[in-house]
Ligand binder design. Sequence first.
Ligand code: 5GP
Length: 113
Amino acid sequence: MTFMEKNIFAEIIAGKIPCDKVYETDTILAFYDINPKAKIHILIIPKKEYQTALEVNEENFAEFGELFLAAKNIAKKLGMTGYKLHMNVGEDGGQIVPHVHLHMLSPDYNAPL
Ligand code: 5GP
């Protein structure tokens, strides 16, 4: 697996590419995955550009924590009582889009992404 050359999620944040938005705050955007691997498959991303979760550190960990808070708020909004979270970290971790994203999936998801 290799990183995409272009950060397509930056273009989505900038409104240059459309998305099916589920949730938005000043710092977070969430939208449906274009190629869903479960009945519900949402991508939760920070608006700030971090390529991978390898960039988390003592100063910015709250920004990464916001992804989990967003998942909880989205679940409430959609009436989901349980869900799965998955993150591919880095090219060697199977990540393709070079912008941090948390996959939020309904429990029928069982395959590796
Ligand atoms: P990764 O393998 O990087 O963890 O996952 C990237 C995810 O982004 C994949 O599940 C893929 O289907 C999704 N994706 C790629 N391009 C787009 C796009 O333009 N729009 C949306 N909504 N999802 C995308």
